[in-house]
Design a binder for this molecule. Structure first.
Ligand code: SF4
Length: 211
């Protein structure tokens, strides 16, 4: 462990025990553990996923960041890497997987499609960014982002984790933040249950206008 970094809380350690004692804060220790073992969920959506796979191979070696253990189940994953075009058909599955991941959990939107719809933004079957449904921590631009760009995004995520505090993180809070995200319903179009009141209001207004 990097003693110099852990000694940042500024307590003076006598010279004779410098190599035996490290003083740190609970937040720093907790964040160091989290940021060094972010396990991504193993799934990909489109072409960006190929770059994600390349980033996991020997040349880029995400093991250096403790992120090489891609989990085949959401229950063992900390990180959802949304890599590819998010179609309306996939959104219910993505939200369900997100809900099944235990806290603390993080989301990275990899590429133009996952961040905002990308080249298919106007498509009838594509959503304009996964952040319409689940909270995103880091956005990585590009079409596709290279493995280097993905790694840069993951380093940004680590920097974000470094700034967390046990007193403030949402997974120890009570209240609406801890509630599951309702799974969108795929019918003729995608319906977000969180907007059902608004949708009913618009439908009523249209009906009234037509009559
Ligand atoms: S951002 Fe580009 S490379 Fe990535 S999934 Fe969309 S079209 Fe494919």
């Amino acid at each position: 462990m990097d003693n110099e970094k852990l000694n940042l809380p500024q307590y003076d350690i006598p010279d004779d025990i410098q190599n035996a004692v490290a003083i740190t804060t609970l937040d720093r220790l907790y964040n160091w553990g989290r940021r060094s073992s972010v396990w991504p969920l193993m799934f990909g959506l489109a072409c960006c996923a190929i770059e994600m796979i390349a980033a996991q191979a020997a040349r880029y070696d995400m093991a250096r960041f403790g992120m090489e253990v891609m989990r085949p189940t959401p229950r063992q994953a900390d990180l959802m890497l949304v890599s590819g075009t998010v179609t309306k058909k996939m959104v219910p599955a993505i939200v369900r997987l997100y809900n099944q991941m235990p806290e603390p959990k993080y989301v990275v939107a990899m590429g133009a499609c996952a961040s905002g719809g990308g080249p298919f933004k106007e498509g009838y079957n594509v959503v304009a960014g996964i952040d319409k449904f689940i909270p995103v921590d880091v956005y990585i631009p590009g079409c596709p982002p290279t493995p280097q760009a993905l790694i840069a995004g993951l380093i940004k995520l680590q920097e974000k984790i470094d700034k967390e505090s046990l007193k403030k993180v949402r997974w120890y809070r009570k209240g609406p933040d801890a509630v599951e995200i309702p799974v969108p319903i795929l019918g003729p179009d995608l319906i977000d249950p969180r907007r059902s009141a608004e949708i009913k209001q618009i439908a009523a207004a249209v009906k009234e206008g037509a009559s």
